[in-house]
Design a protein around this ligand. Sequence first.
Ligand SMILES: [Zn+2]
Length: 155
Amino acid sequence: MRVYNFENDTSLSTDELYMKEALRLAQRAFEEDEVPIGAIIVSQGKIIGKGYNLTERLNDVTAHAEMQAFTAASNFIGGKYLKDCTLYVTIEPCVMCAGASYWTQISRIVYGAKDEKRGFTKFNQQIIHPKTEIIGGVMEEDCATLIKSFFRNKR
Ligand SMILES: [Zn+2]
């Protein structure tokens, strides 16, 4: 009997494939005892910026995954605007990162799990640039599971 393999990567959408990449970075943060959040920035099918949370290592509350990825992508492009780019981040951005995304004028933000406590949608969605499209809930379960197991270990 043949069984359809739901784990097969070919069944994943483009957004899910890129989110998997962001999840890999979140996993790396987890291994380094950082809050496991990962982010990548994609432009025309190419990853141009990566980052994961480094607040512990850098002793810097601003060292969120998205901030690392914005800086990396801007360095790659040689410009501060990230038009025609998509940010993939495993957890809904906080107000700081949403605010930073405004200044980049990024085209799309795709996030995994919602952050009920500090996510920007809880506060004010107008923080986001009017041209930025927001998509939430991509690979939500995987993203949420990783962060939940991190905080479970902390207790
Ligand atoms: Zn943030």
